[in-house]
Design a protein around this ligand. Structure first.
Ligand code: NAD
Length: 444
């Protein structure tokens, strides 16, 4: 009570584009005032009916009343049908917010404190995650924690094995005590050969959990192996690069490469948990940090906020929450999630034209963002200031051919992600304009 569930619930529902039900408001609109229902002794009965009905609707966000968890049928339904996020609040703040209201259970401070203490174990029992703000609720719903490494990383009693980047293991203590299978640093981890070595090396049964510890390459291959080993086992992502923490370890996309191209074999397999510890970034070399910064700038542009100006811990948390919300909204990348491709069509074309050798993904994304912003008629100042991407030396025709291969074309137009006042959207753009924007990214 007084934790702000109704306000947060509404905000989260808007971010996830889901229906929202405020249980107390629904009760009042349908059944009469809550104090009156309490007086008649039927409030809990009505509440049970309204909550169970709300849990049957298409996935949405439900703000429960503070006492709903006292009803066993509701606790059971939450366990079976919902991800339950406990909105944390200091008792003192909660009391200051509710005192003087007409809430029947907030008339006396001593009673309020006692009620709070009595309910606490029930909240702990039902909570799948905890949060204090809308980002926190989204992260909890996506199974993402931004915090120092917990001591109980792997939930439940099942065995765990660790798949770790060998370089990262030299720099950091493993996040869990478990059998270790290493993968090489970089894209070499994302080969069929590495995946096969992992499939054959794992000793887990179906109840086991694979923990991935490394950058995007490690979480991509480990997640893919988890998706396919014994037809799928649980996995936990512990990303150690900025790319991993703001992007690769969130959203359930996993993949390996083929000689024909990157990420050509993969699966959607959402990790049961993603634990982001920003202190792991302290050992990250500057050039790797810049790779991640390109995705941070992209996220900030989409979110309409200069997220790149924040200190690491906040920056990572805000970007992770932004991506988690889009991915929860569109888990299989069929619609709104495609906004995350802002600038990436150009980036992929430049990387392909450079044979994936001389142009890093981060630099290519920086350039791609310039092109996307120009085509959107928006300022490129932030990208120039933060990423300062220099034009690249690649064949113009080769880049153009790669871009056209990558993109659906309708007549003489190409479908691209552009940026508007409300974030990213897809639009058809005349081929000549796209070509012009691409040419500007290439040095003479
Ligand atoms: N699944 C997705 O949704 C998604 C999204 C974006 C990118 N990706 C993939 O992610 C990959 C790129 O990820 P990446 O940039 O993290 O690359 P990476 O995993 O190769 O890591 C980059 C380098 O940093 C080193 N490293 C990692 N953590 C470190 C640390 N804490 N300190 C010092 N060095 C450290 C690694 O050993 C490696 O050499 C690409 O293959 C890309 O396709 C996937």
């Amino acid at each position: 009570m007084g934790a702000g569930k109704s306000t947060l619930g509404q905000e989260v529902a808007a971010r996830l584009h889901r229906p929202f039900v405020d249980v107390d408001a629904r009760i009042e609109s349908r059944e009469g005032s809550i104090p009156e229902l309490f007086e008649r002794g039927i409030f809990r009965e009505v509440e049970e009916r309204v909550v169970l009905e709300a849990l049957m609707m298409p996935p949405g966000v439900i703000a429960l009343g503070g006492g709903a968890v006292e009803i066993p049928a509701i606790r059971e339904a939450l366990r079976a049908q919902a991800t339950t996020v406990l909105v944390e609040i200091e008792l003192e703040t909660a009391w200051q917010r509710v005192r003087g209201s007409d809430r029947p259970l907030a008339q006396d401070e001593a009673d309020f404190r006692e009620l709070y203490a009595r309910r606490q174990p029930l909240y702990d029992e039902v909570a799948d995650g905890r949060a204090r703000d809308a980002d926190g609720v989204v992260l909890a719903a996506g199974g993402v924690t931004v915090a120092a490494m917990p001591t109980d990383l792997v939930p439940g009693p099942g065995p765990a094995e660790l798949v770790a980047d060998e370089r990262v293991l030299e720099l950091h203590r493993p996040p869990v005590e478990a059998r270790v299978l290493t993968v090489p640093a970089g894209e070499e981890a994302k080969t069929v050969a590495t995946a096969e070595r992992l499939w054959r090396g794992l000793q887990l049964d179906r109840g086991g959990t694979l923990v991935a510890f490394g950058g995007g390459c490690t979480t991509d291959v480990a997640g893919f192996v988890a998706a396919t080993y014994l037809r799928g086992i649980d996995w936990i992502a512990v990303p150690t690069t900025l790319v991993g923490q703001v992007d690769a370890a969130i959203g359930g996309k996993t993949a390996i490469n083929l000689p024909e191209g990157k990420n050509l074999v993969g699966a959607f397999h959402w990790p049961v948990r993603t634990v982001i510890d920003p202190t792991l970034l302290r050992t990250l070399p500057e050039e790797q940090r810049r790779e991640g910064l390109a995705e941070v700038v992209k996220t900030g542009l989409l979110a309409g906020e200069p997220l790149w100006e924040l200190p690491d811990a906040d920056l990572v948390r805000r970007c992770a929450a932004f991506k988690a919300a889009l991915c929860l909204r569109d888990p299989y990348d069929r619609g709104p999630r495609q906004a995350l491709n802002l600038g990436h069509t150009f980036a992929h074309a430049l990387e392909a034209a450079a044979g994936y050798e001389t142009v890093t993904h981060g630099r290519a994304v920086g350039l791609g963002l310039l092109a996307a912003l120009r085509l959107s008629g928006r300022s490129t100042e932030a990208v120039e200031e933060v990423l300062a991407p220099e034009p690249v030396n690649v064949g113009r025709e080769r880049a153009w051919e790669a871009l056209k291969r990558d993109k659906k074309s309708t007549g003489d137009e190409l479908t691209l992600v552009l940026l508007g006042d409300d974030g990213g959207f897809t639009a058809n753009v005349a081929e000549t304009d796209v070509r012009g924007a691409l040419d500007e990214l290439i040095a003479d």
